[in-house]
Design a protein around this ligand. Structure first.
Ligand SMILES: [Zn+2]
Length: 122
């Protein structure tokens, strides 16, 4: 059964399987599992290469560095406060981006495959 109510965002945040909706997509904070433990859907499409992950990480680090500099121009914060503020934001943003990309790729492949079969490798 196709679940059209599942958006990439919800899948990414909760790590849901696009076919059965079980929270089986991620085993670690950012690493997708190989297949769904509940329905057996192949999650190969969600696997991002190391290069993609590195690119996403760099992109977000650059964007957040620009934000930090912008903030520093507006209000001058002590260095420890910057570290306290930006380290969790950076980790959170990178993890979410990695999960979001994995979920978007999986959802895209799942919908293109017609829904109810396991996702074929391209
Ligand atoms: Zn499933």
């Amino acid at each position: 059964m196709m679940r059209n109510d599942l958006s990439s965002c919800r899948i990414a945040l909760k790590g849901l399987c696009p076919r059965c909706g079980a929270a089986t997509l991620f085993e670690g904070p950012g690493a997708p599992t190989r297949s769904c433990r509940a329905c057996g859907l192949d999650f190969a499409a969600a696997q991002t290469s190391g290069r993609t992950g590195a690119f996403i990480t760099l992109l977000i680090a650059a964007a957040l560095a620009a934000l930090a500099l912008g903030l520093e121009k507006t209000v001058s914060l002590p260095l420890w406060l910057h570290a306290l503020l930006w380290i969790p934001i950076t980790i959170g943003a990178i993890l979410f981006a990695l999960r979001f990309v994995a979920a978007a790729r999986l959802l895209d492949r799942y919908r293109n495959s017609g829904g109810d079969r396991s996702i074929p490798d391209r």
